[in-house]
Design a protein around this ligand. Structure first.
Ligand code: ADP
Length: 253
């Protein structure tokens, strides 16, 4: 059995191929303007790296915001279900998943068999998502991958604006007034941590907690979230791939 899971996100497209339930291959590339093209490229790369032919693939399941555009998929599945499946196989002890991606954030509660029992989602506002960090990193003349290393928590400046557009203006104003850039970055991480932890508390959190999505790569947000929730957070290996992994596992079932 060879299953492929594709997670076609707003920013990044991730793919996982599972070969006979033991060999895993993964690929990531920017989604760009065409989710369909990104999906096609992912499938080609995965098949090439696994040394297989297209006819060897048993099933392709797609998730992520771009999933509906994928004509190659045998089935589309919600991100909620895929993240739950992906995290449960890696960390069966997890009961709450916090996923922060490019344009939404989610809190998912799962039971001991990895079934979703409840969830909350913010997909209306960019604050508390990867987009917020990308926009503000650009305003600071940086790449989003440089933020965690640069933050200086000893000089933290709180960011008051809830809206991404206003936060960008606030940051430009703060920098112009001469405050520490790295203190502003610490404030940005704290702002994301506060916003997402508030959503998690509203849903009700149960330990253990896992943090997934591309934003989980950022150590500053990890720390802020852990402080706001006053508990340790598990970061699964390849935290950006748990949705694609879940889709691939479901494709193999
Ligand atoms: P989507 O599925 O919506 O495309 P992802 O879960 O792939 O979202 O996460 C994308 C977000 O992850 C980006 O907006 C960015 O904020 C963050 N990100 C991606 N790579 C890195 C990195 N190397 N360091 C820090 N943050 C990152």
């Amino acid at each position: 059995m060879v299953g492929i899971g594709l997670d076609i996100g707003s920013t990044a497209s991730k793919g996982v191929l599972i070969h006979d339930n033991n060999q895993h291959y993964r690929e990531i590339l920017p989604t760009g303007w065409s989710p369909r093209e990104a999906a096609g490229q992912l499938i080609e790369k995965l098949i090439y790296h696994a040394g297989l032919e297209r006819s060897d693939i048993s099933r392709i399941y797609a998730t992520g915001y771009g999933r509906i555009a994928i004509s190659d998929a045998d089935k589309t599945i919600t991100e909620i279900k895929c993240h739950a499946r992906g995290v449960s196989i890696l960390h069966p002890e997890v009961r709450t998943i916090i996923d922060i991606g490019g344009q939404d954030s989610k809190v998912i509660k799962v039971n001991e068999t990895g079934q979703v029992i409840d969830f909350a989602m913010n997909d209306k506002c960019a604050a508390g998502t990867g987009r917020f960090l990308q926009v503000t990193a650009t305003a600071l003349g940086m790449d989003v991958s440089e933020l965690a290393q640069a933050e200086d928590r000893s000089q933290m400046i709180s960011i008051n604006s809830m809206c991404t557009v206003f936060a960008e203006s606030e940051i430009i104003g703060l920098i112009a007034s001469g405050v520490s850039r790295n203190g502003v970055i610490a404030g940005l991480h704290q702002s994301v941590g506060k916003r997402v932890s508030a959503m998690a508390r509203r849903l009700g959190i149960q330990e253990k907690i896992a943090f997934t999505g591309g934003v989980a790569i950022n150590n500053g947000v990890r720390r802020a979230l852990s402080e706001e929730l006053s508990c340790e957070i598990i970061i699964p290996d390849l935290c950006q791939f748990t949705g694609a992994l879940g889709a691939a596992l479901l494709a193999c079932e």
